[in-house]
Design a protein around this ligand. Structure first.
Ligand code: MLT
Ligand code: ZN
Length: 458
C-alpha cells in the first residue's frame, strides 16, 4: 500500500477533489453513532459516476478500503471510517432531475438531501413517500443503501418501494444501470433490490429514479393517551379499519418528558399516561371520528386525546414523536431497533418489558417506535456518572437476551437502522447460516478485493 498525500491524488485521480486536513477527516469519518474515533486517511468528493469508478479502480489497484458516505445520519456505524480508509462523500453529486409527471418519478443523484427531494415532489404537485426526523441531512444514496424506513412506511413502504431504477459502481469497478426505471421487468434477478439495504458493501450507488405518489388528501393528526402496552394493539387494529392511516406511532411518558425538557414544549395532554399513540390519517367526517373516539374510550384503550385543528398544531403534535431521538442524544443511548410481525408486537413488548426491568433495574429505558410496522425502538440511557465503555459492555450482554426473544418471534435485530458495525456481531439472530454464506458469496462477486465498507454488515 502506498502513502497517500496530495501528490498521490494529483497523480492518480487528478480530477477528484480530495481533503486531507484533520477537521475533514474527523467530520467525514463518523456518523451519528459516535461509535469509534474517526481515522480515515482521505476524504474524496467525486462529481460523477465516472469519477466514482476511477476511485474504485485506483483503490483496488493500491489496496485501499473505501467507506461510502452520505449525510452520515446512520445509527449503526455503517458510515464510520476508523481504519485509514478513504471516505467517498457523494455530497457533490446533487443534481436533481425534473419531475416526470406522466411516470410520476424523478431522477436524482445520490447526494441529494431527502428534504430537497420531498420539496421538489411537492412543487410538482406530487409526494415523496419516505420521511423521518433526519430528512434535512440524510441523502438519497444513504437512504437506498440502508433501505431507510421512517414514519410513513405503513402507507408508502420503505425506500425499497420507491426505487424504480439505479446507477451504481460495484467494488470491482463495473458501472451497473439497474432496471432503467421500468415498472415491469421480468428478466431474472433484480439486482437493484440486492443493492438496496446492502450498506455500501457491494457497490456505491450514484443515482436513482424514484417513484412519486399523488399528493395526499388533507390529513389530521391525533395524539391519544394509552393506559398500557396491550391496549395499543387493539387501538391500532380498530384505527386501521376506521380510517386511512398514514402513520401509527407510539412512545412512552418518559419520552415525552425528555422532549418537553429538551425542546421547551408544554405537556401534550392534561395528565401523564403510560403510553401515547400518534395517528396520522386522511381527514374523516366529524361524526365518524367522534364515534370511533368514544368507542375507544369505552373499550378502555384510551383515556384522553387531542386532534389537530390546524397544520401548525399537527406539526406540534408530531414534535413529541419526532424529537425523541435528538432529545436523548446527549445521554448516549444504547439503541435497539427491532421488528416482528405486527401481530407479535404485544407478546414481544410484554416479554421484553419484563426482561428489561430485570436486566436494567438501574438504567432509564425508553420505548418508542413505529407500531404500524411492528418496529420498536428500545433505548437505554447511560447514567451520567457511568463510564461509556462499561455501559456499552453491559448493554451488549443484555443484547443476547433481547435478541433471543426477537429470534423466538422470527423477528429482525435491525428493522430500519441497518447492521453496520453495531449490530454485525448479532446478525445470526436474524439470518440463517445458509443466508449468511450466500451473502458472503455475493459480496465476493461484487467486491472481489473486499474494499467496500469492510467490517460492516457481514
Ligand atoms: C426514530 O424512529 O425516531 C428513528 O428511527 C431514530 C431513533 O430511533 O432514534
Ligand atoms: Zn425509527
Amino acid at each position: 500500500m502506498q502513502t497517500v498525500d496530495n501528490q498521490y491524488f494529483h497523480q492518480y485521480l487528478p480530477g477528484v477533489e480530495v481533503r486531507l486536513d484533520s477537521a475533514s477527516l474527523e467530520t467525514y469519518g463518523r456518523d451519528w453513532t459516535h461509535l469509534r474515533a474517526p481515522a480515515p486517511s482521505a476524504v474524496l468528493f467525486p462529481r460523477n459516476t465516472s469519477q466514482v469508478q476511477e476511485i474504485i479502480l485506483r483503490a483496488r489497484q493500491d489496496g485501499f478500503a473505501l467507506v461510502p458516505s452520505g449525510g452520515r445520519t446512520g445509527l449503526s456505524g455503517g458510515a464510520v471510517a476508523a481504519d485509514g480508509e478513504w471516505v467517498i462523500s457523494l455530497e457533490k453529486m446533487r443534481s436533481l432531475g425534473t419531475v416526470n409527471p406522466t411516470e410520476a418519478c424523478i431522477q436524482v443523484e445520490a447526494g441529494v438531501i431527502t428534504a430537497t427531494l420531498q420539496q421538489a415532489a411537492s412543487a410538482a404537485g406530487l409526494f415523496y413517500g419516505v420521511d423521518f426526523a433526519s430528512a434535512g441531512s440524510s441523502q438519497v444514496g444513504g437512504n437506498i443503501a440502508t433501505n431507510a424506513g421512517g414514519i410513513r412506511v405503513l402507507r408508502y413502504g420503505l425506500t425499497r418501494e420507491q426505487v424504480l431504477g439505479m446507477t451504481a459502481v460495484t467494488g470491482a469497478g463495473e458501472v451497473l444501470e439497474l432496471n432503467h426505471a421500468l415498472i415491469k421487468n421480468a428478466t431474472g434477478y433484480d439486482l437493484r433490490h440486492l443493492l438496496i439495504g446492502s450498506e455500501g458493501t457491494l457497490a456505491i450507488i450514484t443515482a436513482a429514479t424514484l417513484k412519486l405518489w399523488p399528493r395526499p388528501p388533507l390529513r389530521d393528526v391525533m395524539l391519544l393517551a394509552v393506559p398500557d402496552d396491550q391496549a395499543i394493539m387493539a387501538l391500532f387494529a380498530s384505527a386501521r379499519q376506521a380510517m386511512n392511516l398514514s402513520a401509527f406511532e407510539f412512545f412512552s411518558q418518559a419520552c415525552v418528558e425528555h422532549v418537553c425538557a429538551h425542546a421547551g414544549l408544554p405537556a401534550p395532554l392534561e395528565s401523564p399516561t403510560a403510553f401515547y399513540a400518534l395517528l396520522e390519517f386522511d381527514q374523516l367526517d366529524e361524526t365518524g371520528l367522534t364515534e370511533w373516539f368514544e368507542q375507544a374510550m369505552e373499550a378502555g384503550w384510551i383515556s384522553d386525546g387531542l386532534i389537530s385543528q390546524s397544520d401548525e398544531q399537527a406539526k406540534q403534535m408530531w414534535a413529541y414523536r419526532e424529537r425523541i431521538s435528538e432529545s436523548i442524544a446527549a445521554r448516549k443511548p444504547y439503541k435497539n431497533d427491532i421488528a416482528v410481525r405486527v401481530s407479535a408486537v404485544p407478546a414481544l413488548l410484554a416479554e421484553l418489558d419484563e426482561l428489561v426491568q430485570q436486566q436494567y433495574p438501574d438504567f432509564e429505558v425508553l420505548w418508542y417506535g413505529h407500531i404500524g410496522d411492528g418496529n420498536l425502538h428500545l433505548n437505554v440511557l447511560k447514567p451520567d456518572e457511568m463510564d461509556l465503555n462499561a455501559f456499552k459492555a453491559q448493554c451488549e450482554q443484555v443484547n443476547e437476551l433481547v435478541f433471543a426473544v426477537v429470534q423466538k418471534h422470527s423477528g429482525s435485530i435491525s428493522a430500519e437502522h441497518g447492521v453496520g458495525l453495531l449490530k454485525q456481531p448479532w446478525l445470526a439472530y436474524s439470518r440463517s447460516e445458509a443466508e449468511i454464506a450466500l451473502m458472503r458469496a455475493l459480496k465476493q462477486q461484487f467486491d472481489p478485493d473486499g474494499i467496500l465498507n469492510p467490517g460492516k454488515l457481514l
